[in-house]
Write a protein that binds this ligand. Structure first.
Ligand SMILES: [Zn+2]
Length: 238
């Protein structure tokens, strides 16, 4: 069966997602083709293998970046040899600590999947294999694809370890769950609303052309500022 849906966003970009998982954990997976290397941002739930779905040119490395350690972003990370993620949570990638991934929340989630990935599959058995990072990322680091460079931004709030990738040359922004065009989650055990307010203030000034988020549709700069402004109005009465 086809577990993933794929859509071409532009000549260089494909978005994959898992239509049969509960929308709470249905995250966007971004594949961007670069000149010297390809980039994969986040890896979904890991319920079915993701690596065979990612077509890369022969010999070109695939740089895989986890934006944060939540289950719906790191499930298939172990399938890839080059694994980057937040320095802050690096130790937890060693064993995919469930206190950090929240994998346990999926075990008894009502309607976890709308279609079984294989006969006899049970959400209660869901487990994320460990995926030790081969590179850790923090504010200011650079991911280089040859024709593009992404600056790493540390944008805490949704989770303490949330990072995003920003191409300062053309405004392409992979935002993870730091900001996206859907209901923002700031009430998880490791969420921090004060930090999220700081992140939203920072995003107001980020000159993006287009943002591809961890959930929801892509957004332009005007839309991102509207989302950030709505959050600030709600929580600090801007
Ligand atoms: Zn998350």
């Amino acid at each position: 069966m086809e577990w993933f849906s794929k859509s071409m966003v532009d000549d260089e970009t494909t978005m994959l997602t898992e239509p049969f998982v509960h929308d709470y954990v249905r995250a966007n997976i971004w594949h961007l083709r670069g000149r010297d290397a390809d980039l994969l941002v986040d890896t979904g739930m890991g319920i079915r293998p993701l690596a065979p779905e990612i077509e890369t040119s022969r010999g070109k490395p695939l740089l895989v970046v986890a934006t944060h350690i939540h289950l719906d972003h790191v499930g298939s990370l172990h399938e890839f040899p080059w694994r980057a993620g937040p320095r802050m949570s690096a130790a937890q990638f060693e064993n995919m600590d469930e206190a950090a991934t929240y994998a346990y929340m999926f075990h008894d989630l009502e309607g976890a999947v709308s279609k079984l990935p294989e006969p006899g599959w049970k959400a209660a058995d869901y487990k994320i294999p460990s995926a030790p990072l081969t590179r850790t990322l923090d504010e200011g680091d650079v991911i280089d694809l040859g024709d593009r460079q992404f600056r790493v931004l540390h944008l805490p709030g949704h989770s303490p370890d949330s990072i995003a990738l920003f191409d300062e040359a053309d405004g392409l922004f992979f935002s993870g769950d730091a900001i996206y065009d859907d209901t923002l989650i700031d009430s998880l055990p490791d969420s921090d609303r004060a930090a999220y307010i700081g992140t939203m203030r920072r995003l107001l000034d980020l000159p993006i052309r287009i943002g591809h988020g961890g959930h929801g549709p892509s957004f332009d700069g005007e839309r991102m500022r509207a989302i950030a402004t709505a959050y600030l109005r709600l929580h600090v009465g801007l």
